[in-house]
Design a protein around this ligand. Structure first.
Ligand SMILES: *[C@@H]1O[C@H](CO)[C@@H](O)[C@H](O)[C@H]1NC(C)=O
Length: 510
């Protein structure tokens, strides 16, 4: 049975979706309320998918420090673009023993800025999945280095560590190198996820007090469209409650995220039709599924469980119907074909991270590295269809900035659905935002995207990019982060004046 389920729940990189062609088949899946947990436990026991799960004897309450961090030198080739030596630059890897868990340890990388450590912000990145490792971003998107075919590392000229002190966390527990020896530590919802991340951040800033006053931003991609609003709310709440160290939270950015499923699932057919992936007849036929999907999302709400799992099945049949028509496309970049289990080839990273010398350097012992954990994915199934937009208005009303950005060729978390939820969000600036002009986002005098901003809220559609914007448009992504965190506007007003006459993307696109 477990194998069967794994066949259905095909891993889709940062967001995973249902690609079974037949919805009726899907309905034969176990449907008890205990499905995800029971499934997770069976998978762990039967397949030992959990890194480190075999070391049940490993001590947890060893009385040692909760956060164990080491300096790392991964012999990066090429030029860092900084005068500083690697020792001065400060690359670290660590494990944090999570409070409020039975035996969970969270793995992270911390790369101090190649720019100005004191002035640059601290930026947290979370990859999605659920269950995909943030190392995918470290090695292929915005990390300090890239991986060459001969498995050596070379500096990334557009790493986000050029303008920030950058943290990548493997979370929730069970993702990447993060693990637990106790299955009760699996997380099933954003409460669990955000409490763990809050505990981590508290420990992190305690370990690095010199960064506690830097501006702090929360970023990530894909399923992190769920994590990011939840973690941002949790940090904001901690600050308001005056509990723990205050965290200098300034903003949050979601890249090609899943945040408001009701709006985003409706946008699938519109986007697919616009991109020529389906015909008008397909469009009409597939749209007939949507009312059931919409209703099921309502029943799921923000707290449902079994109703949310039912909703996951119903709504993802929209996506799988499109895929069954579109053929072997890469749903992260509709210009490409899908090859490999994650539609891209990330095997170099797994090879690199499973080398003994690298594992020694990182302090991860003999834990096997898995890019995307099916166990974590299944444990989070009832979280998938919940609406995470609901907590956002409070955050932006309190002056915390939000940037939603999306590569234009991604299907799975397409820009259209993201633009729609951002535009329909109710807050005091709603009206002004919807009336705000859409302007070019210029990088090197070229239009790299289209930006709409009002007050704390910005939406950026990124040209010539799929799901993984920093991988496809590294320079534009770095420029975006830099301008946004430094508080300058994303549109260049001097260049903009002649070009505003172009059709205002927003009205024609939505
Ligand atoms: C590995 O590849 C990189 C990039 O192509 C190159 O710069 C480097 O010299 C190679 N290293 C070895 C040991 O072959």
């Amino acid at each position: 049975m477990s194998l069967r389920v794994r066949v259905y729940a095909v891993f889709l990189l940062f967001l995973c979706a249902w690609t079974s062609p037949s919805f009726a088949d899907d309905m034969r899946l176990p449907d008890s309320a205990r499905f995800p947990q029971a499934q997770a436990e069976r998978l762990i026991k039967a397949l030992n998918l959990m890194p480190g799960f075999a070391d049940v004897q490993e001590e947890y309450d060893d009385g040692g420090p909760r956060l164990v961090e080491r300096n790392i030198n991964l012999n990066i080739g090429g030029h860092s673009g900084s005068e500083a030596t690697l020792d001065d630059l400060g690359h670290h890897a660590g494990y944090f023993q999570l409070e409020h868990t039975h035996a969970a340890k969270m793995f992270y990388f911390f790369f101090e800025s190649r720019g100005s450590k004191a002035d640059d912000p601290v930026v947290l990145w979370m990859t999605g999945g659920p269950g995909c490792s943030s190392e995918l971003a470290v090695f292929y998107e915005n990390g300090p280095f890239k991986i060459a075919d001969n498995l050596t590392l070379v500096w990334n000229d557009y790493g986000w560590d050029k303008v920030s002190n950058l943290i990548f966390v493997d979370q929730p527990t069970g993702t990447g190198f993060s693990y637990s020896t106790d299955v009760r530590d699996f997380r099933h919802d954003e409460n669990g996820v955000s409490n763990d991340m809050y505990d981590f951040l508290q420990a992190f800033f305690k370990e690095h007090p010199k960064y506690a006053n830097n501006d702090f931003f929360i970023t990530g991609e894909s399923y992190a469209g769920h994590y990011i609003p939840a973690v941002t709310s949790r940090v904001h709440q901690g600050n308001k409650d005056n509990k723990g160290l205050p965290i200098n939270l300034k903003g949050f950015a979601i890249g090609n995220g899943l945040t408001d499923p009701s709006i985003q699932y409706k946008a699938y057919t519109d986007y697919a039709l616009e991109m020529g992936l389906i015909t008008e007849a397909d469009y009409k036929r597939i749209n007939k599924i949507y009312p059931a999907c919409e209703l099921s999302i309502k029943l799921c709400g923000t707290k449902g469980t079994i109703s949310c799992f039912a909703s996951y099945l119903v709504c993802n049949s929209i996506f799988s119907s499109i895929i069954s028509i579109a053929g072997n496309i890469n749903y992260y970049d509709v210009r490409k074909q899908c090859s490999g289990s994650l539609c891209y080839d990330f095997s170099n990273m797994e090879k690199y991270l499973n080398q003994g010398s690298v594992r020694d350097a990182l302090g991860v012992g003999d834990r096997k590295f898995v890019s995307c954990s099916p166990t974590v994915y299944e444990a989070m199934l009832t979280d998938w269809m919940r609406n995470l937009e609901v907590g956002i208005p409070t955050l932006i009303e309190d002056g915390i900035k939000l940037l939603v950005y999306a590569g234009e060729y991604d299907l799975i978390c397409n820009w259209l659905g993201n633009s729609r939820w951002v535009n329909s969000m109710e807050w005091s600036g709603h009206e002004d935002f919807t009336k705000a002009p859409t302007k070019p986002f210029l990088v090197d005098d070229k239009e790299a995207g289209l930006i709409t901003s009002y007050g704390p809220l910005s939406f950026l559609k990124v040209h010539d990019a799929g799901h993984m914007v920093p991988m496809d448009q590294p320079k534009a992504a770095l420029e975006m982060l830099k301008r946004w965190t430094q508080g300058s506007s994303l549109d260049d007003s001097s260049e903009m004046l002649e070009t505003v006459t172009r059709s205002s993307g927003k009205s024609s696109l939505v």
